[in-house]
Design a protein around this ligand. Structure first.
Ligand SMILES: NC(=O)c1ccc[n+]([C@@H]2O[C@H](COP(=O)([O-])OP(=O)(O)OC[C@H]3O[C@@H](n4cnc5c(N)ncnc54)[C@H](O)[C@@H]3O)[C@@H](O)[C@H]2O)c1
Ligand SMILES: [Zn+2]
Ligand SMILES: [Zn+2]
Length: 369
């Protein structure tokens, strides 16, 4: 099969022919239909997040079932060959102390095995070069024609959902869902600000509306992105390159501030801005990932006196949230088609990340192998 390989940090993604991986016990072989282009892969490419190389990146996919490993007899009918499926970036082990409590978002074995070592739960990768040398898997390694995914992370795509655009459900929408539903625990009528309208932030706009927010203020530094946020349902937009984002959010909320501010970039500056937008007892939900060692300047006294909270949010709870999210999308609360603005071939995966790095992608791009 063809796969886009990152040989080492700061390198280009180059397509190579490698063997089709084989699913082991409890795993599924998926023929990849599309894989979304997320900034987290870019953090790996730029060595802002350490990850073992050579590697196959790509962590939000749709595909069709190609085969099942042993131990999945009970799901054989549901996951018959050719069935369209979606997979999220967190592939829960299902057994650690967090997974047994339903907290797939903080699965400790996912971090220990996949994020730190680029392997699955038996300590080995499923991806190799023709000479047998191992290739790390970032999640399932979606920038390839085939991917092996643990069955805990394989969900049948409801009828009517677009095959390619739905790939963004696995990270951009999934992460936005976790942030809005769990970390923020957003209540109808609340006012929110979302700082950074990339693939993740712009999905929060639709979800915040779906969860009943009365005001959704989109903050970015690019006008085109803000115009797109309006189309997705943002009630107000703030261009941080033209005005003071915190002051403007205060004005838009009659001097009170928002109940929830989401930070979806991962810079010290926007982290502090998001906290500064909060009303008394407001919650700041931190979603953006920053290079290791980054800290943000947050003024302590106002946070204490106003009883505010800062809450981290990583992905969502795969096994319980993916079915819920798929239902929301199937009922039209979210439109993946509206979010996906560009398509790239596997050979163009590298160009896709260079465009993302230059800030040229509105919403989300997908790679179609
Ligand atoms: N917590 C999680 O589970 C999780 C999951 C996926 C992605 N992420 C992280 O979320 C962040 C966003 O990912 P993405 O794929 O949406 O990125 P993206 O590159 O698509 O979007 C980034 C956006 O930030 C905007 N921006 C840049 N500087 C800004 C500023 N000063 N103020 C306001 N906006 C600004 C850009 O114009 C762009 O719209 C990344 O750090 C990514 O690693 C976290
Ligand atoms: Zn992602
Ligand atoms: Zn686990």
């Amino acid at each position: 099969m063809r796969a886009a390989i990152l040989e080492e940090p700061h390198g280009d993604l180059k397509v190579e022919e490698i063997p089709v991986p084989e699913p082991r016990r409890g795993e599924v072989l998926v023929k990849v239909t599309a894989c979304g282009v997320c900034h987290t892969d870019l953090h790996v490419i730029k060595d802002e997040t350490p990850f073992p190389t050579p590697a196959v990146l790509g962590h939000e996919i749709t595909g069709t079932i190609e085969g099942l490993g042993p131990g999945l007899e009970e799901r054989a009918e549901e996951l018959s060959e050719g069935t369209p499926v979606a997979s999220a970036f967190i592939m829960p082990c299902g057994e650690c102390q967090y997974c047994v409590k339903g907290r797939d978002d903080v699965c400790e074995r996912f971090i220990a095995y996949n994020r730190l070592q680029g392997v699955l739960y038996d300590g080995e990768t499923r991806l190799h070069r023709g000479d047998g040398s191992p290739l790390s898997m970032y999640s399932m390694g979606g920038f390839a024609e085939y991917a092996v995914v643990p069955a805990t992370d394989v969900f049948v795509l409801p009828e009517g959902l677009p095959a390619e655009e739905s790939s963004i459900l696995g990270c951009a929408v999934f992460t936005a869902f976790g942030a809005v539903r769990h970390a923020a625990d957003l209540r109808p009528g609340e006012r929110v600000a979302i700082v950074a309208m990339g693939g993740v932030g712009s999905n929060m706009v639709q979800l915040a509306r779906a969860f009943g927010a009365s005001q959704v203020i989109a903050v970015d530094i690019q006008q085109e992105t803000l115009d797109a946020a309006k189309d997705l349902g943002a009630t107000d937009t703030v261009n941080g390159s033209e005005e003071d984002a915190v002051e403007r959010v205060m004005e838009l909320t009659d001097g009170e501030g928002v109940d929830v501010a989401f930070e979806a970039l991962g810079s010290p500056e926007t982290f502090a801005q998001a906290v500064g937008m909060l009303r008394v007892s407001g919650r700041m939900v931190a979603v953006g990932i920053a290079p290791g060692g980054s800290t943000a300047p947050v003024e302590i006294f106002p946070l204490v006196r106003k009883g505010q909270r800062i809450i981290g949010s990583y992905g969502a709870r795969t096994r319980t949230d993916m079915p819920e999210l798929l239902r929301l999308v199937a009922r039209g609360f979210l439109e993946p088609k509206q979010m996906v603005t560009q398509r790239f071939s596997l050979d163009e995966a590298d160009a896709a990340y260079k465009a993302l790095d230059r800030g040229e992608i509105v919403g989300r791009a997908v790679v179609v192998p």
